[in-house]
Design a protein around this ligand. Sequence first.
Ligand code: PHE
Length: 342
Amino acid sequence: MKEKIEALLAEIESLSCKTQQDIENARVRLLGKKGSITALFDEFRTVPPEMKREFGQKLNQLKNAAAEKIAALRESLEESSAASGSSFDLTMPGEPFSLGSRHPVSIVREEIIGIFRKFGYDVAEGPEIEDDWHVFEALNFPPEHPARDMQDTFFISSGHKDPILLRTHTSSVQVRAMETLPLPIRIICPGRVFRNEAISARAHCIFHQVEGLYIDEHVTFADLKQAILLFVREMFGADAQIRMRPSYFPFTEPSAEVDVSCNICHGKGCNICKGTGWLEILGCGMVDPNVLEASGIDSRKYSGFAFGMGIERIAMLKWQVKDLRNYFENDLRFLKEFETSI
Ligand code: PHE
């Protein structure tokens, strides 16, 4: 028995394996149910009592040596295969990741910008956090105008003469342009705006606008009408019609609201246009001389027009989205519908 133990110890000492399978085979051969070490334990029963102590110790040492050797072989094989990368299966399919798509608001904003770029308009941007002057005062809002009320405007600080607030329209960017840019000015101002409205299917406290401004000598209402008509035909199709309804804005005089012929029923009347055949899309007008003067522009020499539209509104008409909240909730099921619109 002594010789057998020594022979097995030597075998364990010199054991070397190339694969996990070799190691497992060696383990079964030594320690498995029919393994040689297990067999020695069976044989141990026949050892005379006075020698049991010595052989018992030896056998336990042998068993431990075998278990340690097998564990060491496993570890070194794992290390070397990790180092050489041989366990990395290059043919495994990769983790799929889904491609993002443009947000419908971005798609429409780019489309509107693209159309006005063709007409020679530059893009102008300005701060979302504004002062009272650029959002209201310079735009001819009388002090008691309801839009200045806390109910409509988010104020950041209101205790002093020129309150700081979140812009309620991007007309503030037009004021900044009139104050700084050389004439003539032809710009569009896309951007995020904020109004203190209860969130519903038809209103949100954040939305996006594109406003436009053109100032030069001899700009007339006919130029405004032509610019809007050209835009609408690019946006809604060559057969689109517009109609203008008199309206009021503090910063334009005269002012108008523009409707486009319903692109769903082509004027016949449907539930989108509520049976009228027309959809309201933007506000516009001739820049009030007071507004020109407030920014240091000579209103006897220069005139201009301005217009403004909500991007979400145009997107809703384009894709018949009924609930405005969809644009802000980032629900992938909604956003994925625009994947092909890029
Ligand atoms: N500023 C207006 C609004 O936010 C839109 C507008 C712009 C109307 C320019 C007329 C002229 O509703």
